[in-house]
Design a protein around this ligand. Structure first.
Ligand code: SF4
Length: 357
């Protein structure tokens, strides 16, 4: 774990078998993009997300059939499932009764207070946490009026109002998220709330955008907060296959030393390249996403910087004229047929793991 980031202390709670807050490692969340009631494709996507290293998955629950699907999805999912509810409190209750490990609501669009009370009472009975998800795009009108726009202060006021209601009902299994499409508002709002409440904070941006712009924005917003010790669980929202969200999130956490995983060092390639570095890195990265082990793998195009980087890594490969050259623990470990490089790296990762075990 990173020695330089001092993490904010928060109350710990469990979602399914995963601990959030209370000093637990920062977890990665994502959300399925499939029709939740299409069991086969949704299970497939949940498995893909889990294999990529997702810790908790959220599914949209826009109707009763989707709420009912949760009980079947749960039978097939190795990771906790959170139901994402908007507008209809009855769907929240239905999803909880069908076994959701947690729910996410924006109390602002649920309506009358008694409906929120009903949800809280059901979650309490089933012992599951609720995420209070405040989005700048759907704040109460009076609050926006007071601040002139849905800025950080408006988001915090809104969140505190909901938290107050939950606390009055003695329900404290809450996580809180304050999200905006604005980078600065998201950072400011989370900084503010982190100093006021003891609950775990879920970090993310709403409508973050394409894989390129969304990654840049999310890494800046989430990364800034994580470096300040704020954040117990994260979701990088991107308009693409959610597996990419998980890969970006994990990479961000690994870079900050907040999560173990396979770190891949590779050269940018040039005309001297003797092996297809980009393809190798892409394939290895895809296949090691869910491994929670700290290991450095170098993939270098040629003998210019290859031997140095390969030697410095736990496992290193660089391109020679006729073959790839393998280094393990800083020592030469033989030649590799170029088409076998990916499989050899994966084999060495596996062996390296078992040696350390
Ligand atoms: Fe080019 Fe070789 Fe450097 Fe890669 S390691 S960028 S192929 S010189």
């Amino acid at each position: 774990m990173n020695k330089h980031i001092v993490r904010r202390k928060s109350i710990g709670m469990k979602i399914g078998n995963i601990m959030i807050g209370g000093g637990a490692p920062v977890t990665v969340q994502s959300m399925t993009t499939t029709d939740t009631k299409d069991i086969e494709v949704t299970v497939r996507q949940i498995i893909d997300l889990k294999d990529a290293g997702c810790d908790i998955v959220r599914v949209a629950v826009p109707d009763e059939d989707s709420a009912d699907a949760i009980s079947i999805l749960k039978q097939h999912s190795m990771i906790p499932i959170v139901a994402d509810i908007h507008f209809d409190y009855r769907l929240a209750i239905r999803a909880i009764r069908r076994g959701a490990d947690g729910i996410r609501i924006n109390p602002g669009n649920i309506g009358a207070e008694w409906k929120i009370r009903e949800i809280i009472s059901c979650a309490d009975e089933m012992g599951i946490p609720i995420r209070i998800g405040v989005n700048a795009g759907s704040l109460e009108r009076q609050i926006i009026k007071r601040y002139g726009r849905a800025d950080a202060k408006a988001m915090v006021e809104c969140a505190l109002k909901y938290i107050d209601l939950f606390e009055k009902l003695n329900f404290t299994k809450i996580k809180v998220s304050l999200k905006s499409a604005s980078l600065m508002d998201t950072i400011e709002a989370n900084r503010m709330i982190a100093n006021i409440i003891p609950y775990p904070i879920h970090l993310g941006l709403t409508e973050a955008g394409s894989i390129l712009s969304g990654t840049v924005k999310s890494v800046l917003a989430i990364g800034t907060l994580l470096m300040e010790g704020i954040g117990d669980t994260i979701r990088v929202s991107l308009t693409c296959d959610p597996v990419q969200e998980v890969r970006v999130a994990r990479s961000l956490l690994q870079t900050l030393g907040l999560k173990s995983g396979i770190e891949i060092v590779s050269c940018p390639t040039c005309a001297r390249m003797e092996i297809p570095v980009e393809e190798i890195v892409e394939e290895v990265e895809k296949r090691v996403g869910g491994i929670d082990r700290t290991l450095k793998v170098a993939v270098m195009g040629c003998a210019v910087n290859g031997p140095g980087e390969a030697r410095a890594a736990d496992i290193g490969v660089f391109g020679g004229k006729e073959s790839g050259v393998l280094f393990v623990k800083g020592k030469p470990a033989g030649k590799i047929n170029k088409p076998d490089i990916v499989e050899v790296i994966l084999r060495e990762i596996k062996n390296f793991k078992s040696e350390r075990d």
